[in-house]
Design a protein around this ligand. Structure first.
Ligand code: S3P
Length: 434
């Protein structure tokens, strides 16, 4: 797909539902008793993978794609049935890691896998704590990656021990996997992280009636709750809004209103960093959605300056680092992003892929072991961008192309369907009149 410089960007966008929250709503809806109704459900390929997997395990799920609403007739904690074949999570790390925690508590065998990217991503980070709980989970090829076989041995299935796990990584997928396994344990399970990652699982489990508490970086769950079907209104995904926040800041004379965006404190690091860089961003209509804080965001073109990003803020903006790197390449001065080695094990190696593609556009960028150093302010020019089929890379460079001289071509631009199927249509709506 080809892109050219445009501007100014004006208008209002309602970004699609939050990916993390959409996944969790399907999973907890399936494990709850009775009906769960989800509105503004993200119709991205990843969340559709979660729906497909739970349907394969006998859960009745009605998805109205037009209305973005999903109804789940949950069967309770022990209501899943053995799927006929392999569970295929596609590109979705959240599906494979969270679902593995649930599957370890079942009394049937499953094999779970996904696409080429998923089969390269590290799964020992969940296999280690799940094995400590007594789970039977192995990497079929012995390489610490998917396919994963669960309950394939001769042990007593689904009998898990509660543990206190100190996670070496700040990862909501690891934390959530263990907490979900903890639903099936014989006692309390807790997870401590080095820095607090997104807490949607904790908030939603509480909403469904689980006994869960959080203190500092530790979350603790008691086993065997009766989860009750619930109504979930999914807020707009701040990780999707981030692309328009950046577009509004970078393209001269722009002003964009983003409606109904989730601003959970464990997710809104992008707002803090943008302000640190000198951004004109205002929040209006701040309110509580179903258990999650929400606001409308107004963003105006701003002159940005470089900054330092590292430490505890990293998990709160981990998925936004590609677009932050685009901001940094336009900002005046140096930006240092550190403590973000996790970027290497996302849908692509986002440190290398960002450094390579930004360099192709003329930016001065150096990849490091745990981040990027960017000397901003060099004019960007069009280039061929290899998205590596990573949705956030494709969207980041679609925004960079709006400022670049000449034409930019993004290879496999369609991969945005993972988290934002209408991304290009929404983006175009902002400059249609210009
Ligand atoms: C997610 C957690 C994060 C994030 C991913 C979604 C989640 O991954 O990058 O896009 O829904 O829990 P990690 O837990 O691996 O950091």
């Amino acid at each position: 797909m080809k892109f050219r410089k445009v501007g100014p960007l004006k208008g209002c966008i309602t970004v699609p539902g939050d990916k993390s929250i959409s996944h969790r709503a399907v999973m907890l809806g399936a494990l709850a008793e009775g009906k769960t109704e989800i509105s503004h459900f993200l119709q991205g390929a990843d969340c559709l993978s979660t729906i497909r997997c739970f349907r394969q395990m006998g859960i009745d799920i009605v998805n109205d794609e037009e209305k973005e609403s999903v109804i789940i007739n949950g069967k309770g904690l022990y209501g899943l049935s053995k799927p006929a074949g392999l569970l295929d999570v596609g590109n979705s790390g959240t599906t494979i890691r969270l679902m593995s925690g649930i599957l370890c508590g079942q009394s049937f065998e499953t094999v779970i896998s996904g696409d080429a990217s998923i089969r390269k991503r590290p799964m020992s980070r969940i296999m280690t704590p799940l094995s400590m709980m007594g789970a039977d989970i192995i990497s079929v090829e012995g390489n610490g990656c998917a396919p994963l076989a669960i309950n394939s041995g001769k042990g007593s299935f689904g009998r898990l021990k509660g543990i206190h796990y100190s996670s070496p990584v700040a990862s909501a997928q690891v934390k959530s996997c263990i907490l979900l396994a903890g639903l099936y344990a014989d006692g309390e399970t807790s997870v401590t992280e080095p820095a607090l990652s997104r807490n949607h699982t904790e908030l939603m489990l509480a909403q469904f009636g689980a006994e869960i508490s959080s203190s500092g970086n530790t979350a603790t769950i008691r086993p065997n709750p009766v989860l009750k079907g619930s109504k979930i209104e999914v807020p707009g995904d701040i990780s999707s809004a981030a692309f328009f926040i950046a577009a509004g800041l970078l393209v001269p004379n722009s002003e964009i209103l983003l409606k109904n965006v989730g601003i959970n404190p464990t997710r809104e690091g992008i707002l803090t960093i943008c302000r640190q860089m000198g951004a004109d961003i205002r929040l209006e209509n701040v309110r509580k959605g179903s258990g999650e804080p929400v606001a409308d965001i107004i963003v105006r073109h701003s002159e940005l300056k470089g900054t330092e990003i590292g430490g505890h803020i990293i998990p709160t903006l981990i998925d936004e680092i590609p677009i932050i790197a685009i901001l940094a390449s336009v900002a005046k001065g140096r930006t240092v992003i550190k403590d973000a080695a996790e970027l290497k094990v996302k849908e692509s190696n986002r440190i290398d892929v960002m450094a390579d593609n930004l360099s192709r556009m003329g930016a001065e960028v150096t990849p490091t072991e745990d981040g990027l150093i960017i000397n901003g302010g060099k004019p960007l020019h069009g280039a061929t961008i290899d998205s590596k089929s990573d949705h956030r890379i494709a969207m980041s460079f679609a925004i960079a192309s709006l400022l670049a001289e000449g034409e930019t071509e993004i290879v496999d631009a369609e991969c945005v369907k993972i988290s934002y199927p209408n991304f290009y249509k929404d983006l175009k709506s902002l400059y249609a009149g210009s």
